[in-house]
Write a protein that binds this ligand. Structure first.
Ligand SMILES: [Zn+2]
Ligand SMILES: [Zn+2]
Length: 373
């Protein structure tokens, strides 16, 4: 079938992207779903830093690539053979950017380790079942993280999606798939605050703000004490206070104030932010890193404090999530009014505005822009 989608043509074009247009919006051919795959009509897709990292070359991936890895939509058809368990035509599904095969050794770690074949498929720009379903004039186009959600339709592996009830609006559902799974999981699955522990979140983009919201949701049952947001941009500090954070600091203010916490989440994807996160972790505490810096980035930290203060550093990919287990938890918190995911959405744009949207993201002005279809 013919679809309309946003394809990254070339990595590393100069900013502003509104002028250099690294992403072109046009028609593509989408092959029908294979066994265990779904055709999804995309309703909403969020712009995430991991999309921008492909555009600016911080995370080099094969091009041309149809971007977008945070999306939700309606199942329009199922591939041949047995229907994937629990999924039917008409269901609303949330996509997650790392499929879990459910069979490899890493998949038996409750989300602590990323799925091996899922990672291989993602790096190759293919679906978990192998190969690509996207093409233009006979030439294949790569999938982005098994989703490629910046398009009117997508074919995805059933192991990339989680079904949600119809009362979850499309833009909320989309943001659950990356920002909330990653930021929320950094708190719930990796940081695991208990007993009124303070939580510091460094880097207040979509993932960081989702970590703040999730930490705030744990205050009422006494697991979390103060929630502290850290970002270099004053506007982000105002925004995190508005979300309900107890304190907000610029990175140098945090260091000067000597504030430390048992759980510190690094969501900026920058080596200096990681150093700040380690420095702000209390004795016996956990530093959780969910950011994705440039592969060449290096940090300088003191190994002595890790030993002397009995600390832990945890790398958490996709928030150490098992999407089918975790998304229903976030939906429940959202329904109870404890996780106001809508507050993460800073703007709604069209597919045609994608290059301008990448500029806003690069400027640090936006938390989550969502494309509505
Ligand atoms: Zn993302
Ligand atoms: Zn696996």
């Amino acid at each position: 079938m013919r679809i309309r989608g946003a394809v990254l043509e070339e990595i590393g074009r100069a900013r502003p992207y509104a002028e250099s247009t690294p992403i072109s919006v046009g028609e593509l051919e989408l092959a029908p779903p294979g066994p265990g795959e779904l055709l999804v009509r995309i309703e909403a897709a969020g712009l995430c830093h991991s999309d921008l990292s492909v555009v600016d070359g911080n995370r080099v991936r094969p091009v041309p690539m149809l971007l977008g890895h945070e999306a939700a939509g309606i199942v329009e058809s199922l591939g041949p053979g047995a229907a994937p368990e629990g999924l039917a035509v008409g269901d609303r599904v949330v996509m997650a950017f790392l499929p879990r095969c459910g069979e490899c050794a890493n998949c038996r770690t409750d989300g602590q380790l990323p799925c091996t074949p899922g990672s291989v498929a993602n790096n190759a720009g293919e679906l978990l079942g192998g190969g690509r379903r996207l093409s233009r004039e006979g030439a294949e186009v790569h999938h982005h993280l098994g989703v490629s959600g910046f398009a009117t339709h997508a074919v995805v592996d059933a192991r990339s999606v989680t079904r949600v009830d119809a009362d979850v609006p499309p833009e909320i559902a989309a943001v659950l798939g990356c920002a909330v799974l990653t930021g929320g999981g950094a708190v719930l699955n990796a940081g695991m605050p208990t007993g009124g522990a303070d939580v510091i979140v460094i880097g207040l983009g979509g993932v960081g703000m989702a970590a703040v919201l999730t930490a705030l949701s744990l205050k009422s049952d006494g697991a979390v004490g103060r929630v502290i947001g850290v970002d270099a941009q004053p506007a982000k500090l105002d925004a995190v206070r508005a979300l309900g954070a107890d304190l907000a600091y610029a990175p140098e203010e945090l260091a000067a104030a000597g504030v430390r916490a048992p759980v510190v989440i690094e969501a900026a994807g920058h080596p200096r932010a990681f150093e700040s996160a380690v420095a702000a972790t209390a004795v016996g505490g956990r530093t959780v890193t969910v950011g994705l810096p440039n592969p060449a980035a290096r940090s300088e930290i003191s190994p002595l404090v890790l030993t002397a203060e009995a600390r832990t550093i945890i790398g958490s990919y996709l928030g150490s999530a098992v999407p089918q287990r975790d998304i229903p938890r976030y939906v429940e918190l959202w329904r109870a009014g404890k996780l106001p995911v809508e507050k993460l959405i800073s703007g709604v744009i069209t597919l045609e505005q994608i290059n301008e949207g990448m500029d806003s993201l690069a400027d640090g002005a936006a938390v989550r822009q969502v494309i509505r279809f």
